[in-house]
Structure formats: structure tokens, C-alpha cells
Design a protein around this ligand. Structure first.
Ligand code: ATP
Length: 435
């Protein structure tokens, strides 16, 4: 199943309204995707989980939402204009493009053709600002979202009256001219990142680095079924950014090998020092207790929302049974699942059953994302909900009219139990508690 897992998940995403190829009617645009009705719910659930983890568990972490376009000098200071490059190699025969690190051997892996020498490509996506030709200004769509946090570090510090250590979080879009967008949502040209930038005293950076590395791994572990598919990998010396003392990636075992999910980076004083130098502004922090002035060190945890979305689907996708009994299930964590419960009348043509089922549905939708379905037989409705990861289905039958109970059917075990109408909300609520 491993090799076609990605294809199956991609097909399911389109069929069931999770993710659509962007501009499909015009032949698509490589590296861009649109989230559909179920996808946007699931993506919002994931983002909410990430956001609330920081906002509800730590007193000194606050969020920002920065603009996608910033002053172009930002990208000079950050080093992206000079250093944000990939090496690109073309096949002279079939014209296929490769990143240098994708090349194995001396010839094209597709057709055996001769390869060009590697050429440097900057990954920043350019845009032009202004309306009058000749006066337009070259700007860049942000290549990484975190720059807005560095730019606003002093604003946050002053407006929130924080002391070090403190953190700033952000979820936002980033754009990269990736040479080879591929593997569905894994490598796109427009994608969303989530970052925590944690500002610390230089002497405390080691301690906090360890802390966030462990916290972030645990956080991802909680969301997956197969914990063995997550690991921490330390960067070798040759992979380290020049300012980094240490770097780890949280990786996920995809059908195409272990891949980065989130990076835990030691950024030292690199970012703030550079912005201080290029802007001419003093970005030092002053400790009000000791009077010490210093540029804080930064520990960063930077991950991908779309990668999280894809990896959770890869982790959740299962096929069970054979022939008529065959079913596809998304074993998503109930908090991640786009729909929390589905309500069915046993028979679509029995008015009393439909009325009661609709009433239950209307009542539940005030608090939860729920679905109503009366199309086809119950077995088919279960299969449809399994395929989109709905943790429970509630069926109204004739007994429900007498004793105010429904049948609750569990997605993973397929076990059924009779529960009272009064206890439905509590059941859903309990299923949403983080494991
Ligand atoms: P990679 O080595 O896979 O290109 P990176 O090291 O360049 O990733 P970072 O710059 O550290 O990635 O970005 C932080 C996170 O953003 C990554 O861990 C990943 O989850 C996500 N990300 C980076 N590039 C892309 C992309 N092209 N499409 C989707 N998500 C991405």
C-alpha cells in the first residue's frame, strides 16, 4: 500500500472535498492547491489546536498576524536575497528539472540524458508594487513568515510589557519558487507556516532549546496513530546554518522516506542583529532588574500547516475488509476530523424519523460541526462518513420515538451502542478531549 498511499489520499481529497488542484479548469498551476469544504474545516481545526496549545498553556506567548509583503530591505537583512537559493539542474534531452540534491548519478533519472551544470536559483517570489510603469517597486512575497515576528519584536515587548523569556507565534502564508513542487501538499509554492519565536537570554538558549524540542515532538505525537512514524533528526555539521549551534528536524515517515515536518532552530542573535544593522535601530533588550542590555537569542520552532494536514491524512488513511465489507477509513483524531458526528434517520421516507433526526442535527450544530444524511442505505452512509473520518454516527430508528435513544456507531471499532438523546453532546465532547 505504501507507494500508492499518496495517490489514494490525493484522490480522496478531491473526491470528498478536502483539497482541489488550483485553477484546474485551466489545466492547473503547479505547486498550488485550494482547500475544499471539508479541507478548510480540517485545516482550521489543526490551526486552532496549534494556536491554543501555546495561548492556553503559556502566560508569556502571544500571537501576531503579519503582512505578506514587507519592506524589501527585510530580505536583504535576512540574507535571503543572497543566500535563499537552490541549485537547479536540467536534463538536456527531456528538459526535466531537478534540485541538485535530487540527482543520483551523472545522468537524468528519467531518460538517461545528459545533465546541465548546476545553476543557482533564488527562491523568493517577486511582485511589483505601484501602478505607473517605471515607478513600480520590486517587492517580495515573504519567503518565510517568521520575519514579521523579528520586525515586531520590540513592538510586542513594549505593548505587552513583557520580560524575557517570551514568545511570539504566528500562522501565515509563505511563498517560494520551489524548483520541483511535488508530492501534493508536501512541496508547494504557496503554503502556510506556523512559527514560535522564543526570545531568551543568551545563557539560557541551551536550556530552552531542549525544552521546545521535546515539547514539539510530544505535541505532534499526540495527533498521530502511528507514533513510530515520527522521529527527531539532528542536522549534521554540513547542514547547519552558519549562525546555528544546533538544529533538529521533527520528521515523518512518508511513503517517499523520512521528511521534515518542523524544524527546531537555534538562531542565536543573527536575525535581530542583522535587522538592527540594516535598519539602524537599536533592538537590544534592557533587563529592568539588572540593567543589562543585550540582543536576545532566538529559539525557533517552524513547521508547515499543509504538511501537517497531509501527514495526518497519510497517518489516518486505512483500508479494511474485502469485497462488500471493504471500507476506507480516515482514523483522524476527533479534534482534527472535519465532521464530529453524523445524524441519520433510519429510513428517509418515514416522516417521524426524519423530523427527530433533523431536530437532533439542528441542536448539535450549534456546538459542533455535524452532518445530516438520509441518502442510500445505512451501510452506505457509514462508509461515506468513515471515508471522511467522522468519529461517530447517530441513527434515529423507531425505538428512538418510544424511548428517546439513538444508536451510536463508532468509526474505528464499528461497535454500536444505544445512548439516550440527553447524553449525545457529552459523548461528542468527551471524544474531543486530547489523548
Ligand atoms: P525543506 O527542507 O523541506 O525544503 P525547509 O527546511 O526549507 O524545508 P523551513 O524553511 O524550515 O523549511 O520552513 C519551515 C516549515 O515550512 C517546514 O518544516 C515545512 O513544514 C514547511 N515548508 C517549507 N517549504 C515548504 C513547501 N515548499 N511546501 C509546503 N510546506 C513547506
Amino acid at each position: 500500500m505504501a507507494n500508492d498511499l499518496l495517490e489514494k489520499v490525493t484522490a480522496l481529497c478531491k473526491r470528498r472535498g478536502f483539497v482541489f488542484p488550483n485553477s484546474e479548469i485551466y489545466g492547473g498551476l503547479q505547486g498550488f492547491y485550494d482547500y475544499g469544504p471539508l479541507g478548510v474545516e480540517m485545516k482550521n481545526n489543526i490551526k486552532k489546536l496549534w494556536w491554543e496549545n501555546f495561548r492556553k498553556n503559556y502566560d508569556n506567548i502571544v500571537g501576531i498576524d503579519g503582512a505578506i509583503i514587507t519592506h524589501p530591505k527585510v530580505w536583504e537583512a535576512s540574507g535571503h536575497l543572497d543566500g535563499f537559493t537552490d541549485l537547479l539542474i536540467d536534463c538536456k534531452k527531456c528538459q526535466k528539472r531537478f534540485r541538485e540534491d535530487e540527482i543520483k548519478g551523472k545522468r537524468c533519472s528519467e531518460c538517461g540524458g545528459q545533465l546541465t551544470k548546476p545553476r543557482k536559483f533564488n527562491l523568493l517570489v517577486e511582485a511589483s508594487l505601484g501602478v505607473i510603469e517605471g515607478e513600480k517597486r520590486l517587492v517580495y512575497l515573504r519567503g518565510e513568515a517568521c520575519q514579521n515576528i523579528y520586525l515586531n519584536y520590540k513592538n510586542v515587548l513594549d505593548s505587552m510589557h513583557f520580560k524575557i523569556p517570551f514568545g511570539v507565534i504566528q500562522i501565515g502564508k509563505a511563498f517560494r519558487n520551489e524548483i520541483t513542487p511535488k508530492q501534493f501538499l508536501y512541496r508547494q509554492r504557496e503554503f502556510e507556516q506556523w512559527d514560535l519565536q522564543w526570545f531568551v537570554h543568551p545563557e539560557e538558549a541551551d536550556k530552552w532549546y531542549q525544552f521546545w524540542k521535546e515539547e514539539r515532538e510530544k505535541w505532534y505525537q499526540r495527533l498521530v496513530n502511528n507514533k513510530k512514524n515520527i522521529r527527531l533528526r539532528q542536522h549534521g555539521k554540513d547542514e547547519l546554518a552558519h549562525y546555528a549551534k544546533i538544529a533538529f528536524d521533527i520528521e515523518f515517515k512518508t511513503p517517499w522516506g523520512w521528511q521534515e515536518w518542523e524544524g527546531i532552530h537555534w538562531r542565536g542573535d543573527w536575525d535581530l542583529s542583522r535587522h538592527s544593522k540594516y535598519s539602524g535601530k537599536d533592538l537590544r533588550y534592557r533587563d529592568s532588574g539588572t540593567g543589562e542590555k543585550y540582543i536576545p537569542y532566538i529559539v525557533e520552532t517552524s513547521g508547515g500547516v499543509d504538511r501537517t494536514f497531509l501527514f495526518l491524512l497519510l497517518d489516518a488513511y486505512q483500508e479494511e475488509g474485502k469485497g462488500k465489507e471493504k471500507r476506507t477509513i480516515l482514523k483522524l483524531h476527533p479534534q482534527v476530523a472535519p465532521i464530529k458526528a453524523a445524524v441519520f434517520p433510519l429510513l428517509a421516507n418515514k416522516k417521524e424519523l426524519v423530523e427527530l433526526a433533523k431536530k437532533i442535527y439542528q441542536d448539535l450544530r450549534i456546538d459542533f460541526e455535524v452532518a445530516f444524511d438520509d441518502i442510500g442505505n445505512i451501510g452506505k452512509r457509514y462508509r461515506r462518513q468513515d471515508e471522511i473520518g467522522t468519529p461517530m454516527c447517530l441513527t434515529v430508528d423507531f425505538q428512538s420515538l418510544d424511548d428517546k435513544t439513538v444508536t451510536l456507531r463508532n468509526r474505528d471499532t464499528m461497535k454500536q451502542e444505544r445512548i439516550s438523546l440527553d447524553s449525545i453532546k457529552e459523548k461528542i465532547q468527551n471524544s474531543l478531549k486530547v489523548k
